[in-house]
Ligand binder design. Structure first.
Ligand code: ADP
Length: 155
């Protein structure tokens, strides 16, 4: 018998929750897409953050709702404006991997004041930092984990 209290055991279980258990499907747009296309995708796919990829499916940028709103405030044609001029770009993107702890990701979302992180996989055989987007973790993912904890659904 370890002598651990129920609270200690629960804390341990919460601390072991990982990104892969709570990630959702990433929604991506190509870097050549227009701001107009990105706005349509954001509405149709019902997400708050889009990931921007290049022709080799590597992560090159990120677009939030406010990035798209800001771009829409100007007088330029949204159909002629490529997303890569308004996106937040690499290497300024914070990413995570499937094996990361959910609590670490939650801390990053708080510290950086952002809504979500792309879950990435470093591409095999690539010498540089080419990253393939495999998932998405958002404040909603963290909320789901919270509900699981509250309903005693974590094992
Ligand atoms: P919003 O801009 O709609 O409030 P966020 O708070 O998520 O949404 O985004 C704030 C800014 O941070 C945006 O300019 C966005 O491009 C950028 N951003 C969002 N997620 C990340 C991330 N994972 N890494 C770096 N920058 C990010």
């Amino acid at each position: 018998y370890t002598g651990k209290t129920g609270a200690q055991l629960l804390t341990e279980k919460i601390g072991k929750l990982t990104v892969k258990e709570y990630q959702s499907i990433p929604v991506v747009v190509n870097e050549s897409a227009s701001v107009y296309d990105a706005i349509c995708t954001m509405f149709l796919e019902d997400v708050g953050t889009l990931f921007v990829v290049n022709g080799s499916s590597c992560l090159v940028g990120i677009l939030s709702r406010k990035d798209l709103l800001r771009a829409s405030m100007g007088k330029q044609e949204l159909e002629q404006m490529p997303v890569n001029i308004i996106m937040t770009r690499m290497p300024n993107i914070t990413t995570c991997s499937a094996d990361d702890l959910l609590s670490d990701v939650a801390q990053i979302l708080i510290t950086k004041q952002i809504d979500g992180l792309p879950v990435v996989n470093k591409k095999d055989g690539s010498s540089n930092s080419d990253m393939e987007v495999t998932g998405r973790i958002t404040k909603t993912s963290i909320t789901k984990a919270f509900v699981d904890i509250a309903n005693n659904r974590i094992v």
